[in-house]
Design a binder for this molecule. Structure first.
Ligand code: C2E
Ligand code: CA
Ligand code: CA
Length: 635
């Protein structure tokens, strides 16, 4: 055909609309209407850019033919760019679908590389058309463009078959609504393509590449705004935090909690005020609806941190409270400044819950650096503890056993000791139980830590015995919660057995619980383990919920009198009398008495006067690494 026949059926409209649509989509993506940091999403926006270039190339193709038909090179060049872009976009789309349907990740890379190769060969063959005379070429002033037998079409069909295969072959993994929509979209695309081929036109070809991408954006990645407040939803907040975190952008947060319930909805007027506040107050603000009545405003921090803080301050202390009071709704306003360690929504949620929990309604404040510092330390500790628990390595070097020798008053020797846990982690060094035990209990991680302590204590014990030192036993602290573990006894016995030491070399220290349900389980566990010769210590007697009757029934062996009781007795005749009385009763009932926190000669005398069996305290030794315990033991 003659050159002008190449575009005789072509209209610019299709490509112009496609290019404009691409441009608008890219703007929307920048405006965060659609965004996520996921790599998949970046593929989508890349595909949009490529389709846009394709559309422009096809417009250029028509322009070249119309206005400079003699420049053959430009004809080929624009056609090549056009075809390459379309095939590349299709490839990205195909790969995106592969991910979306959950294609097995282990085979994913291979599949992607194979497809990439096929598409690149297709593009290459297409570019070579003028030479190979297959596809689109010119010969003796006439142009040839076969409809089906050309590299572009072949590659196109391979990709479409591939997508169809993914959609049908892995259909179970894709939620039904998505799957059906995609199938319908692909069918429409196929019909358009066939119709276009029938009339030998490519006016709407580009848009068929764009339609499935738009479907993806809307179905998978759209982040709609709430029209009243202008806020986006929680998942948008999650994406936003990850996004900014990865880019190292600094963000402050203002959290607005309004007490709404089933009866009280967000008043429209207040919603609008909120909207105008975040829209006008800060250029770089965004509003998210985290939960009912819970709004999170994010503010990109630019420039000096002090200035940002001052702006936050006036917002939180002056502007917002006025609005809220007008509506007679209870509120809390919390600003978080300098919280760059927040890298995901869970962390923000934790810090929000923590800081809001310490606030009264109808107050506003900026969380102090100190508080945030404490919080971030806690967060880090939790991460470390979780990691220790997940790894489940009984020799984890981060968990350290310290111990304190206990003096036996009958023999005068140190022949027992208490194991005390320490955690040594990179950022904060050595941590003491007061910093991590409560957290570990709350996060249900304590049992994993205890197992490590048991294992390491057994190991140390084995060494001590092998070296010929005399030691009766070492006692290990447990939290009552751990005893609820269904397999508690077996787990402990197992560790002892694996270390090949007699069970009686290990003792268990428990602090009394308050609920009766604890009692049943504790009683059970104690009777099982006692059969193996494991002794039980009642820790911290004199604090908390000492219930004499229950203590008796539990079958403890040693009662540890808490240091507070000892200190109290020092200056108070009656307290001393009560303590002495308790000690006497326990002894008469067959318990051994251990006094803890013996720091001085004076306290030691008090204990001797109470007929103590064991003494433990700084007077004899501070806790030390278990490896050093031998220094206190006799051969
Ligand atoms: P606890 O069981 O009452 O342990 C005795 C605590 O008193 C130890 O503190 C010890 O260092 C300290 N202490 C010893 N002698 C003296 C003294 O003469 N004067 C004073 N003022 N203090 C003395 P530590 O090691 O900081 O442990 C604190 C608590 O953490 C323990 O109290 C125990 O309840 C808990 N804990 C320690 N290790 C573990 C563990 O492995 N598992 C569990 N669940 N809790 C543990
Ligand atoms: Ca203890
Ligand atoms: Ca104690």
């Amino acid at each position: 055909m003659r050159i002008e026949d190449l575009i005789s059926t072509y209209s610019y409209a299709g490509d112009i609309i496609s290019a404009i649509t691409c441009f608008v989509l890219l703007v929307l993506i920048r405006q965060a209407l659609f965004f996520t940091t996921e790599n998949d999403f970046r593929q989508v926006s890349k595909a949009i850019r490529i389709v846009m270039i394709g559309a422009l190339a096809n417009i250029a193709f028509a322009l070249v033919i119309t206005y400079m038909p003699e420049s053959t090179a430009f004809v080929f060049l624009t056609r090549d760019v056009y075809h390459s872009c379309l095939l590349w976009a299709l490839f990205l789309f195909a790969i995106y679908m592969t991910k979306l349907v959950g294609f097995p990740p282990n085979k994913f890379n291979t599949l992607r590389d194979v497809m990439g190769l096929i598409v690149n060969i297709g593009i290459f063959a297409d570019i070579l058309s003028p030479v190979t005379k297959i596809g689109f070429y010119e010969s003796d002033g006439l142009w040839y463009d076969s409809t089906y037998v050309k590299p572009f079409t072949v590659t196109y069909i391979i990709c479409m078959l591939f997508i169809a295969f993914m959609l049908l072959g892995y259909r179970r993994r894709l939620i039904k609504q998505l799957r059906i929509t995609f199938i319908i979209v692909e069918l429409i695309v196929a019909v358009v393509m066939i119709a276009e081929n029938a009339v030998d036109s490519n006016t709407y070809t580009t848009s068929t590449f764009l339609i499935p991408i738009i479907a993806i954006l809307i179905l998978v990645h759209s982040k709609p705004f709430d029209l009243v407040t202008g806020s986006m939803d929680k998942s948008a907040l999650a994406s936003f935090i990850q996004h900014t975190g990865k880019r190292g952008r600094e963000v402050d947060y203002v959290i607005l909690e309004i007490r709404l319930d089933d009866l009280r909805e967000m008043p429209e007027g207040l919603g609008r005020l909120l909207y105008s506040t975040w829209q006008t107050y800060f250029k770089d603000a965004m509003l998210f609806n985290y939960d009912k009545g819970m709004y999170v405003m994010t503010i990109r921090r630019r420039g000096a941190s002090d200035a940002a803080k001052a702006r936050l301050y006036s917002l939180v202390q002056e502007e917002l409270p006025i609005y809220y009071r007008d509506y007679m709704l209870d509120y809390k306003i919390l600003a978080l400044h300098d919280v760059d360690f927040v890298k995901n929504l869970d962390q923000l949620k934790d810090i929000m819950t923590y800081a809001l929990g310490k606030m009264d309604y109808n107050t506003s404040r900026i969380a102090t650096e100190d508080e945030i510092e404490r919080y971030s330390k806690m967060e880090y500790i939790v991460e470390q503890l979780q990691d220790i628990a997940e790894k489940g390595n009984l020799d984890d070097p981060r968990v350290r056993v310290y111990c304190q020798p206990v003096k036996n008053m009958h023999t005068g020797a140190f022949d027992t000791a208490e194991a005390l846990m320490r955690i040594e982690i990179p950022k904060y060094g050595m941590l003491y139980p007061d910093v991590f035990i409560r957290i570990a209990e709350q996060k249900k991680l304590i049992h994993s830590l205890s197992q490590i302590i048991v294992h390491k204590t057994c190991k140390a014990m084995k060494r001590i015995l092998a070296d010929g030192y005399k030691i009766d036993r070492m006692s290990i602290n447990f939290s009552l919660d751990e005893l609820r573990e269904p397999n508690f006894c077996n787990i402990i016995l197992d560790i002892i057995h694996k270390n090949n030491i007699p069970e009686s070399k290990i003792a268990i220290e428990l602090t009394e619980g308050q609920s009766d349900s604890d009692y049943e389980i504790v009683h059970d566990r104690i009777s099982v383990l006692k059969k193996y010769g494991i002794k039980f210590y009642l820790d911290d007697f004199g604090t908390g919920y000492s219930n004499f009757e229950r203590v008796m029934k539990l079958g403890m062996d040693v009662v540890k009198i808490d240091r507070s009781m000892l200190i109290y007795s020092l200056g108070d005749q009656r307290a001393w009398y009560i303590m002495k009385h308790f000690a006497g009763v326990f002894k008469e009932l067959g318990y051994d008495i251990l006094f803890e926190g013996v720091e001085s000669e004076e306290l030691e005398d008090l204990c001797i006067d109470c007929d103590a069996d064991y003494l433990q305290g700084y007077k004899f030794s501070k806790p030390m690494p278990v490896e050093d315990l031998w220094k206190y033991l006799e051969r």
